[in-house]
Ligand binder design. Structure first.
Ligand code: AMP
Ligand code: ZN
Length: 137
């Protein structure tokens, strides 16, 4: 547990939350400022700032849990789709620096705007990245 981390306090019960699921490793809560009704957050009980800091086994468990919660959410709300969103670092929109996965219900005509303007993969970027990823471990 890290001092002054709101998600550490929530995940360990120091601050109350609307909890949908919990086990030894995780707490799943409703987001207080939801993008849509049912927007939930998967929180590990232990503090890791982002996905790069997370142990691989716990990361795998987090995404399996997100899959299970998404399946339940689909049944509960009969939504048309679900986004899993996971932000790392401020530039990517992370505002709470304790790893979490957003599970967000979507509807055919909602205007949530989770997305980006598609670009064009240039030949130079393609060749550079394919080569560089061969050398990175
Ligand atoms: P991110 O921007 O990916 O770091 O997401 C942080 C999320 O945490 C936002 O969607 C907030 O609405 C949510 N959030 C912040 N504080 C709380 C809280 N006390 N309880 C529930 N959700 C929270
Ligand atoms: Zn924390």
């Amino acid at each position: 547990m890290t001092d002054n981390c709101i998600f550490c306090k929530i995940a360990n019960g120091e601050i109350p939350s609307a909890t949908l699921y919990e086990d030894d490793d995780f707490k799943v809560i409703l987001d207080v400022s939801p993008a849509a009704k049912g927007h939930m957050l998967i929180l590990p009980r232990q503090h890791y700032a982002d996905i790069m800091a997370m142990p691989e086994e716990l990361t795998a468990k987090a995404f399996v849990l997100a899959k299970k919660m998404a399946a339940k959410l689909e049944k509960v709300l009969e939504c048309d789709g679900i986004n899993l969103v996971q932000n790392n670092h401020e530039a990517a929109g992370q505002t709470v620096f304790h790893f979490h996965i957003h599970v967000i219900p979507r509807y055919a005509k909602d205007k949530l705007g989770i997305g980006w303007k598609p670009g064009k993969l240039s030949d130079a970027d393609r060749d550079e990245l394919v080569e560089k990823f061969k050398t990175i471990v």
